[in-house]
Design a protein around this ligand. Sequence first.
Ligand code: APR
Length: 308
Amino acid sequence: MRKKITVIGAGHVGEVTAFKISEQELGDVLLLDIIEDMPIGKGLDMREGGPVGKYDSSTFGTNSYEDTVNSDIVVITAGVPRKPGMSRDELVGTNFGIVKSVTENVIKYSPDALLLVVSNPLDAMVYTAFKTSGFPKNRVFGMAGILDTTRFRAFLSMETNVSVESIQALVLGGHGDTMVPFARYTTIAGIPVSQFIPQDRLDAIIERTRKGGGEIVKYLKTGSAYYAPSLAITEMVESIVKDKKKILPCAAYLEGEYGINGIYFGVPVKLGANGVEEIIEIDLTEEEKQAIKKSEAAVRNVIDLLKF
Ligand code: APR
């Protein structure tokens, strides 16, 4: 049986995500938005591409939550994106209400689904879906770390002229400017990145990674990134649907891991059919611990603004 994957929000991120999931035949895709008829048009367009795109996913769009019944995975991208000069945290007022009401509707029809949250500010929005749904922590998680890591890997590839596929990297922490790209755990074909790139260039790449989302917003002017985010979501959906158990950096609910309790935070997790199946803890240096603490404080500041 094919999995049923619902994508809520048929804007830039939702639309490209629905298309990639359909194209890779990871399941049947349902695209939902509040804008009348728009998701129906986008879903039909994707379905009509099947014969030439060589995919059989039965993708369609809707304005009705009744159609989401018994979804296996629900990807939440509903909400507003940021504009130039804004931080993700400034979206909290608007997106909190949207993510809360979306979650309430979703759980009515799909009480056993996995919830994959993408709306920003990410760590606070996953927390919102977790508290609203009452689902166990393994079934509610967020996409951010893979996006931050793929940006880091892309910049390292540009710097070294080495295939992106040979570059492994890890970015931890909240999805904001305090995120922590780990040079120590970054390798090119298993060789420490420090053997390829001098420290000052590496520092500049880390800084660009931290501000990578803002760089795109600056160019787009009317919205935020969506190709790399959608591909990051697709990698998570694939690991779940195929029960691949990939270790990927995701926003997961922490209960003491990394010395953090009661919030969502970007950490490496094992992602499989049951969602977050394990949180991987790695040894940190004193300096890295300090960077993590700073990122934790930034996430807590936003979560403190939520009024359930
Ligand atoms: N229910 C369903 N869809 C909604 C709701 C709602 N309550 N409120 C808004 N939407 C829809 C909008 O109608 C729009 O089509 O969410 C979509 C958002 O699309 P875009 O404005 O194109 O934003 P996008 O770039 O897709 O980003 C969505 O993901 O990466 C994050 O920061 C980003 O929070 C933002 C989210």
